[in-house]
Design a protein around this ligand. Sequence first.
Ligand SMILES: Nc1ncnc2c1ncn2[C@@H]1O[C@H](COP(=O)(O)OP(=O)(O)O)[C@@H](O)[C@H]1O
Ligand SMILES: [Mg+2]
Length: 235
Amino acid sequence: MSMLSITDMYAGYGAGDVLDGVSLHVDAGEVVVVLGANGAGKTTLMRAVAGLISRRGGIELDGESIARAATDAIVRRGLALVPQGRGTIVDLTVEENLRAGAHVRRGRGLAEDLDRWYTQYPRLADRRKQKAGLLSGGEQQMLAIARAMMSRPRVLLCDEPSLGLSPLLTEELFESLRQINTDLGMAILVVEQNAMIALEIADRGYLLEIGEISESRPAAELAADDAVRAAYLGA
Ligand SMILES: Nc1ncnc2c1ncn2[C@@H]1O[C@H](COP(=O)(O)OP(=O)(O)O)[C@@H](O)[C@H]1O
Ligand SMILES: [Mg+2]
């Protein structure tokens, strides 16, 4: 059963399409990665799914079409996006950001969820009264993920979580995504330019090349493929 299913999706910015008929799916409990070079259309894909730009084609969330739904409605239906370059409100504190994330579900179980995410990311707990803009890049990315999770999504979309982070922080961040997937059975779709670590936590992966997407292959098979390694793993 697919949690997220995209069929023949087209999207762009006016002057022609960036995505030329992309189809992919994420099953319940799966981590799926879309690998693509800079400019391949990864962010466009995420923004199209989240309803932030206009798109054509089929998009189903847990069996229901969200192809014509607006962003707010899509979030309420259970899709959360961690946008590229962090998804935090820099003038709000850590805790205010987390509370804002719970807004769509009217804050039920708020205290419990705050605890849950402060336990997952203790550094956020230490800085709960600090403005998000004063956090390090890694902490901001953690906050962006926790904020997205505060909406209690059914599918989590992450746009290049490794961007601008050290290898160590990237490792830590992906490990937390793995835990979210294992502990909550969360379906996760990650797009990444930096493939090695994403493939480590992924079940399956797709390759996105100038707006077109490949068939999916098991993550381990992609990580072992010489052509993929040359293109995406810097090896
Ligand atoms: N706001 C925009 N307006 C016009 N073109 C854009 C915009 N954002 C991205 N593009 C173009 O769309 C293509 C895909 O970009 P993007 O989805 O950001 O790629 P990626 O995230 O894989 O690096 C690029 O050619 C880029 O220049
Ligand atoms: Mg991008």
